[in-house]
Design a protein around this ligand. Structure first.
Ligand code: MRU
Length: 361
C-alpha cells in the first residue's frame, strides 16, 4: 500500500518480518498517527494480535504465522523434546488471542505441519518458510481477488463497504477493497460508501484513511445510514470481507454485516463477500458453529479519538456503569450472499457444492 506520511510517500505493508522481529503498523493509532511497532518475541506478537495493534482476518493470520516463526527461532538451540513443547505452547498462546478469524488457526496449523520431524534447526527453517509463505500467498490472493472482483464494478458505480477489509486487514491490497482499487486504477469512476463500523470504527479510522491514500472518492456514513442510501438507489454494490466462511456459505464478518446484507436484498443491491480460500472453514458446517468474539463493553460505552490538544482519549457516552454487550462479529446467512469473490474467481450458489469444488476439499 502506498501511504503519504509526514510529506513523504512510501510503500508499506500492514506487517512484515525482519529476522526474528515482527514489524507492523500500529492500527490503534491510525489515522492520526502512523507508527511502526517492533515485536521481539512470539509473546509480543500474540499480544499485538489480541490488543488489535494489527487486525483483519488476513493480517492476524500473517501475524500468527510470524509468531510461530519467532517461537521456532527462539527455540532453535533446544533439544527436540523441548522444541516441541515450546512450539506447542506458542501455538496455544497464538490460538488464544482472537477466536473468529479462521485465517489465524489455518496459519498456526500450516506452520506446525511444515515443521516436520527432522533436526531442530531444519524444523525451525521450515516453520519460518511456512510463515513467509502465508504472507506471499495472501499477497497473490489479494491481487487475484482484485482482478476477479473488478469485473463487477462498472463505470460510475457506488460501492458500500463495512469495517476494513483493505490493505490494513489483508496483505497487500486487501480483500473487499482490492476490486475497488483495481477498478479505480483501470480508470473507472468508483465512489465508496464507508460505514463507520461502531464500536471500534474500523471504517471511519482505517478504510477512510485507505481511501485517502489511494485517492478514491468516498463518504463516511454512520452504520445506520446504509439502508437510507440503499433505499434511495444510491448504492450499486456492496462488497465486504469475511473472518470465516462456513462450509454452507454462511459468513462471519464484522458486526453489522448481517444487517447490510438483509437491507441489500430488500433493495435489490448485489451483496458480495471477498475472501480467499484461507478464510473458508470447511470443518464448520454452518455459521451456527462459528465462535463469535465478545469484546469488552467499554468499547460500546466509550469512544476513542483525538481531543482538542491532539491527544488520543477515551470519552464516556452513556452514564457510568451502563450495561452493554459487544459482539465483535455476526453471521450473515449464505442466502443473502450474491457471490464470493475469491482468488479462484467468483463463487456462486449453491454454496455447499461450489465452495467444495472451488477449493477441492
Ligand atoms: O475486529 P477486526 O477489525 O479484526 O475485524 C475485521 C473484519 O471484520 C474484516 O471485515 C475481515 O477480517 C476481513 S479483512 C480481510
Amino acid at each position: 500500500m502506498r501511504v503519504k506520511v509526514g510529506g513523504e510517500t512510501r510503500d508499506v505493508l500492514a506487517l512484515w518480518r525482519e529476522g526474528s522481529t515482527v514489524k507492523m503498523i500500529d492500527q490503534r493509532l491510525l489515522p492520526h498517527r502512523f507508527e511502526i511497532i517492533s515485536l521481539a518475541s512470539h509473546v509480543e506478537t500474540a499480544a499485538a494480535i489480541r490488543d488489535m495493534a494489527t487486525r483483519g482476518a488476513g493480517a492476524v493470520g500473517c501475524a500468527a504465522g510470524y509468531a510461530l516463526a519467532q517461537a521456532a527461532l527462539e527455540a532453535s538451540g533446544f533439544t527436540p523434546e523441548k522444541f516441541e513443547g515450546y512450539i506447542a505452547g506458542a501455538a496455544e498462546t497464538v490460538r488464544g488471542t482472537r477466536p473468529t478469524a479462521v485465517n489465524l488457526f489455518h496459519a498456526v496449523d500450516r506452520c506446525l505441519a511444515a515443521a516436520g520431524d527432522g533436526p531442530v534447526a531444519e524444523r525451525g527453517r521450515n516453520m519460518v518458510e511456512a510463515a513467509d509463505g502465508i504472507a506471499a500467498d495472501d499477497r497473490e490472493a489479494s491481487r487475484l481477488i482484485g482482478l476477479h472482483g473488478a469485473g463487477l464494478i462498472r463505470d460510475g458505480f457506488r460501492v458500500l463497504t463495512h469495517c476494513n477489509a483493505g490493505a490494513l486487514g489483508f496483505l497487500d491490497d486487501g480483500t473487499a477493497l482490492s476490486p475497488i482499487r483495481v477498478a479505480h486504477r483501470q480508470g473507472r469512476r468508483v465512489f465508496v460508501w464507508v460505514d463507520e463500523t461502531r464500536p471500534r470504527c474500523q471504517g471511519a479510522r482505517l478504510t477512510a484513511w485507505e481511501m485517502e491514500m489511494e485517492g478514491l472518492p468516498y463518504a463516511l456514513i454512520v452504520d445506520n445510514a446504509a439502508g437510507h442510501f440503499m433505499r434511495r438507489g444510491e448504492v450499486d454494490l456492496v462488497i465486504v470481507g469475511a473472518d470465516r466462511v462456513a462450509a454452507n456459505g454462511d459468513v462471519a464478518n464484522k458486526v453489522g454485516t448481517y444487517e447490510k446484507a438483509v437491507v441489500a436484498r430488500e433493495n435489490g443491491v448485489p451483496f458480495y463477500v471477498a475472501a480467499p480460500g484461507t478464510t473458508f472453514d470447511q470443518r464448520t458446517p454452518t455459521g451456527n458453529g462459528i465462535d463469535i468474539e465478545e469484546r469488552t463493553p467499554e468499547e460500546v460505552t466509550r469512544v476513542w479519538g483525538l481531543d482538542g490538544e491532539g491527544e488520543y482519549r477515551w470519552v464516556q457516552v452513556p452514564m457510568e456503569g451502563t450495561p452493554a454487550r459487544n459482539p465483535g462479529f455476526d453471521v450473515t446467512p449464505a442466502r443473502y450472499v450474491t457471490g464470493f469473490i475469491t482468488e479462484k474467481g467468483i463463487v456462486k450458489p449453491p454454496y455447499a457444492s461450489s465452495i467444495r469444488k472451488t477449493f477441492r476439499t
